[in-house]
Every structure is written in C-alpha cells, then in structure tokens.
Design a protein around this ligand. Structure first.
Ligand code: HEC
Length: 201
C-alpha cells in the first residue's frame, strides 16, 4: 500500500465511519420509540416503577404511605388464596379530595371487562359464569347499602370467592369509576331483587 493510499483510507474511514452510522443517521430506536410496545434494548426508555405513588404494590402489614399513595388495608396472610380486608377501614375510605372523576364511559368499560362476566351487564348477578360461582346480584338492598369505600375495598381486594381486581384495575380513579358505575346500575335498577346468594359481611 502506498502512503497516499493509506492516507486516503484513513481519511475516508476516520471522517465518516462511526460518525456517519451512529450519530448522523437517525437511529432505528427513534422510530421504535414511537411504537410503545416495540421497544429496543440498546437505547430503551427507562421505566421507574417506584416513581409513581398511585401504583399500588404489596407492602408489609401496617405500612402507611408518607408521600401520598394509598393505604394498604388488607388483613390476614396475603399468601393465602383468600385474604380479606379490614371492613372498618374500608368503610372510611372515600375518593381522595381533588381526584378527577373519570367519564362514566370509563367505569362502564372497566365494569364490562372485569365484572360483567360474573355480575352481569346490568349487575343482576346473571353473568356468563353464574353457574360456576353464583355471583350475587349487585342490585340488592344489601349491595346498595354498602358504603362506597366498601365497594372500593371489594374491587381492590376481592372478598370470599371473588378474587381481587386491584392488581388489574391499578389506578385509584379507575376503581372509583367502577364504584360509580355500580352505583349507576343500582340507581337505574327497576326494582331491587332479593339477595339470592353469597353476600356476607
Ligand atoms: C369471577 C366472578 C366475579 C367477578 C369477575 C367479579 N365478582 Fe364480585 N363477586 C363474586 C362473588 C362470587 C361474590 C360473593 C363473594 C362472597 O361470598 O363474599 C362477589 C361479591 C361482590 C360484591 C358484594 C355483593 C354483596 O351483596 O355482598 C360486590 C359489590 C362485587 N362483587 C362487585 C364486583 C365488581 C365491581 C367487580 C368487577 C371489578 C366484580 N365484583 C367482579 C364474583 C365475581
């Protein structure tokens, strides 16, 4: 290789090589980040799960959040299939001041996704899974008589045969939207039907 050629080679690769490919050409990551579920590992966006206070996570018993978030009001052993919540605490739970009320459609949507297959689209307890679990109607005087906080507690932690939905409906305002939607079903119910099953305190 002559010296001239060598110089030309070094110039060519040195001036364009890495720069061209890694700095000047738009990164495929930029494109990929436009598609939320199609992330790329080299430059993937950081996710900080502990940054947000409104995402509940399992905490040791009796923990009280000091910077917002939500109190954990379970009792019993979380490792057991069925563990309960503290009804007395649940009854005092109210929608936090300043929390935005979501549109009724969001409550309806969540109810139809997570509740209707058992409790029925109108809340009459006649969902598809009725023959397996015999879910109670939500239109009974008993269900109407529960506090909003109690309904919220059932949604978050489940009760008896009903599993928890707090790990699926993770946002507090969305759980309240479901409470609101159950209330609207109860308000629109033609006549309260007698409790058929299941309800227990
Ligand atoms: C897989 C079936 C199933 C699903 C899904 C389900 N539930 Fe339940 N639900 C039950 C059963 C069974 C009971 C009775 C629990 C018991 O005996 O304590 C119950 C009880 C309740 C009660 C108490 C009724 C009463 O009269 O005491 C409320 C309120 C309730 N569910 C609301 C909901 C809401 C809101 C959702 C959706 C987030 C939901 N459920 C999803 C099966 C289900």
């Amino acid at each position: 290789m002559t010296r001239k050629l060598l110089v030309a080679f070094v110039l060519a690769t040195g001036s364009t090589g890495c720069n061209f490919w890694y700095n000047e050409v738009p990164s495929p990551d930029d494109l990929m980040h436009n598609i939320a579920w199609f992330d790329h590992m080299i430059l993937s966006k950081a996710v900080h799960p502990y940054q947000r206070a409104d995402i509940p996570r399992d905490t040791p018993d009796g923990i009280v959040p000091i910077t917002g978030g939500e109190r954990d009001f379970r009792v019993g052993n979380p490792r057991q299939l069925q563990y309960g919540f503290d009804f007395a605490v649940a009854n005092t739970i109210t929608r936090p001041a300043g929390m935005t009320t979501l549109p009724a459609e969001r409550g309806e949507e969540l109810y139809r996704i997570y509740c209707a297959m058992c409790h029925g689209y109108q809340g009459a307890g006649d969902g598809t899974l009725k023959s397996y679990l015999n879910p109670p109607s939500l239109l009974t005087p008993q269900a109407i008589g529960y506090t909003d906080g109690y309904l919220y507690g059932i949604i978050r932690y489940g009760r008896g045969l009903m599993g928890q939905y707090g790990d699926k409906i993770v946002r507090q305002d969305e759980r309240w939207a479901v409470v609101d939607y159950v209330r609207s079903l109860q308000a629109g119910a033609p006549a309260p039907v007698a409790a058929t099953t299941g309800g227990q305190n």
